[in-house]
Design a protein around this ligand. Sequence first.
Ligand code: MSP
Length: 634
Amino acid sequence: MEEKKTYYVTTPIYYPSDNFHVGHCYTTCIADALARYKREKGYDVFFLTGSDEHGQKIADRAKAKGVSPKEFVDPIIENAKDLWEKLDISYDKFIRTTDEEHVACVQKVVQKLYDQGDIYKGYYEGWYCTPCESFWTESQLVDGKCPDCGREVKLMKEEAYFLRLSKYQKEFEEYLEAHRDLMQPESRYNEMVNNFLKPGLKDLCVSRASVKWGIPVTFDPDQTVYVWVDALTNYISALGYLSEDDSLFKKYWPADLHLVGKEIFRFHTIIWPIILMALGLPLPKKVYGHGWLTIGGGKISKSKGNYKDPREFIKDYGADTLRYYILSEVPFGSDGNFSEELMVERRNSDLANILGNLVNRTITMSNKYLKGHLTKIKDVTALDKEVIDELDALVVNVEKEMDALDLPKAIEHIILALKRLNKYIDETEPWILGKDESKYPRLNDVLYTIIEGIRLCAIELKAFIPETAEKIFTMLETNKKSFDSAKFGDESEYQVIAKPEILFTRIDEEELKARLAKEEEVEEKVEHLSEITIDDFAKVELTVGKVIESKKHEDAKKLLVSKIDIGHGEIRQIVSGIAEHIKPEDFVGQKVIVVTNLKKAKIRGVESEGMILAGEDDKLGIVTADLEIGTRIH
Ligand code: MSP
């Protein structure tokens, strides 16, 4: 018996997050559509996804919550799995880097590389933030400070282990020459070669002594494995590499496709292949670096307020609408914009009008005129032939695009076929044929052609919108729903359902616009502090003062030290964080509002006797007053 072809596709393993957004759904939906498609094509598919749970950040977040890192991540992972279930993601395995089998595999991999001399001891040098226990590179620092907490960092060295990437550079370059398919698309291949390979690879630090929440290095338990080496190994640990049962590894490795976002392409196309090369393993056949989903041209992020839990979209529109939109909208390889309004527009035009109406009209007419019973077409006209040929070409066209990983183009072919069927209805006018019983044979041929066309399109749509495809098969009452029967005429007879279900209701776009505008308004509303009484307010003494002197603080570039005349012969020295907003010479002469009964404080070593009112953060500006010096403000 001929062995089944295998197909191994992976997504990156995700960092545990409560804020998964549509961007995260993108890689996973593509992988899911490919996995479903290949299964349909008869491949024995293994589709892997999972979570990347180690590292200092997780440890810090857990500590802040007062729980262990594992206790911290467990519910988050359950939440992610819930999202994948709601989105109809058909993964075969969900790997967690905290799984025992994964930990054991990573330890064996690192030990093996050490034993064979590819890992050696050295020093890791970087900018260290003591409170955060984190190393940063020069470029990661913000204003020379820790990017996480803003505190001072110091240059530090710690012992660490390094992988000899440089040793494999030549062998890897030769491999790449012969296997251009490894890195796709082409533009990203060029970027990797020019920016990383040509300048020469540096050895990679593969362990850290300062990160405690990680996999211990077996030959030096004070060290943990660098998170990226830990994470990348998931692609083979999930298959049981170096375990007692490595049958899955033997069956599925090398991966056919690692799908990754563009920002992590380098890890997957340089570091990962070289680790595999050092292990003496075959390299993945292809790594595809896709672009990002953006909102309004920018990153999707909870802090920007453009974030919505994808489950809200699924609740409002169904998983297939979201899947359809993200799979069809973004030109593959490039960035693409996500907007709820556009998603609804696409649902209305493609799914409700082009697909839904076609199915509904055809089933309704079949019932109205022919009791829902249709037999195979007998007299094929030139017009029918043209449509049938187009339908038969669909299978080939979609396959070509799927092989090129161009899912939007594959979907476009299906939509074009559906549009062709809609046009065929207009050309054949079955409602006119239905008025004259003598035309029923022709009417049967026409409706049969359309229903066969719908069946073929539904077979092709299974990978993208599986729930809808199943609904269509149910309404057509057919079990010819696999690629084996994706040929016009394979279903010889139909008895379609008596009352078709509406596949996609139309969403009112104006109503949606109004709702979104309202939501935005709510988002923009400021959060107020808790209420105070008039007596609370009366405790604050506000006085108009005039700046008579001002200079920069000697040790802090954001601070000004100013002398303010608050009337009645009193001068106050006040330190305020406005130096980046106003020059001392411009500040002098301004009339400002001063909190004059604020407890004295030393700010960066300089005494401050009050506070000047100003706007906060990025809206910095000083509150000035056109009133006499010494005036009290109520
Ligand atoms: N944990 C690493 C991957 C390790 S793989 C051995 C990681 N995790 S992640 O959660 O930050 O990202 C996972 C995937 O989601 C990446 O492929 C990333 O590109 C993708 N996306 C996250 N936001 C995205 C968009 N806005 N748009 C499209 N994909 C994006 O990186």
